[in-house]
Ligand binder design. Structure first.
Ligand SMILES: Nc1nc2c(ncn2[C@@H]2O[C@H](COP(=O)(O)OP(=O)(O)OP(=O)(O)O)[C@@H](O)[C@H]2O)c(=O)[nH]1
Ligand SMILES: [Mg+2]
Length: 269
């Protein structure tokens, strides 16, 4: 895989901010080749309070064992670094996130960062996203491909770019949000926002988790801000995006709206 985009010069956060307990929740399914580099890049960041929680669904390629070895490798007495949530079946990205985020908050995280294991999300942006949350008081910081300065992998052809843009516009229009990247998977959450989201009741099993969780945060009145990121294509391993998961993503914005109509007694938004 390509080295996660780390800019040559990082502006360090103030020491007090760098100590903030921030847990990167990383769901994995067959990412044995990618995970060690991700862990290394994250653990090298100048963030004393940074932790990594790998959520593995019993990957057939042994990612769970690799994650256990990483937990041992980065172990430091009295300073939680890498831990693993082993799950027994592949239940989908959304379920893995709901379980992992709940665990991270339970274990004391003040902020939780969602991140893919395949090198698509830039490790070099982690400090900035935490800094934005702490300096603005925003409860959700979205790593956005679609605000000015956001960029996509050069490997993405016109078809994929269009599809991604369309998916964002589709969900955003149905749900009436102005977020530019509602489908993105690189997002920082405050523990307070996660607690109020009721992760147990999230409907999405798959990728539509990203849309559903952000939509809930917006409806609950949390401040959501977007910072530009570069999105890289995975170079190792395979995508887990199945047809069933794509269909769930198409249906989910309508389901969320219908649910809201029911809970507001049929009044339109
Ligand atoms: N635990 C768990 N992780 C999953 C599951 N499905 C996907 N993942 C992980 O979620 C992250 C995103 O999945 P990808 O397959 O990269 O999806 P994508 O980024 O939309 O697709 P590509 O652009 O093709 O890589 C990766 O770290 C996957 O290993 C799942 O069912 N369970
Ligand atoms: Mg990916």
């Amino acid at each position: 895989m390509s080295v996660p985009h780390t800019p040559a010069v990082l502006t360090p956060l103030p020491a007090e901010w760098a100590r903030t307990v921030t847990t990167v929740v990383m769901p994995t399914y067959n990412e044995a080749e990618n995970l060690p580099m991700m862990a290394e890049a994250l653990m090298a960041l100048p963030l004393e309070g940074l932790r990594l929680l790998v959520v593995d669904d019993d990957s057939p390629d042994g990612t769970g064992r690799v994650a256990d070895q990483l937990a041992e490798k980065y172990h430091e007495p009295g300073r939680p670094r890498v831990s693993v949530l082993h799950r027994t079946t592949k239940e989908g990205l959304g379920r893995a996130y709901a379980a992992g985020m709940a665990r991270a908050v339970e274990d004391g995280a003040a902020y939780v960062l969602q991140m893919d294991a395949d090198g698509s999300h830039p490790v070099g942006k982690v400090s900035e996203m935490l800094g934005v949350a702490l300096s603005t008081g925003a409860d959700v910081v979205v790593g956005s491909r679609y605000v000015p300065g956001g960029t996509l992998s050069a490997a993405w052809g016109a078809h994929r770019r269009l599809l991604s843009r369309w998916a964002n516009a589709y969900a955003g229009t149905i749900l009436g949000t102005r977020l530019r990247d509602i489908t993105g998977g690189f997002n920082l959450w405050s523990a307070a926002a996660l607690r109020s989201l009721d992760l147990d009741t999230i409907d999405s099993a798959g990728y539509s988790f990203q849309v559903e969780a952000k939509y809930r945060a917006l409806r609950a009145g949390f401040t959501v801000v977007e910072v530009p990121i570069h999105f890289e294509d995975r170079t190792v391993g395979e995508s887990k995006m199945s047809l069933a998961v794509q269909l769930e993503s198409v249906a989910m914005p309508w389901r969320l709206r219908a649910k809201e109509m029911r809970s507001s007694g049929g009044r339109a938004r």
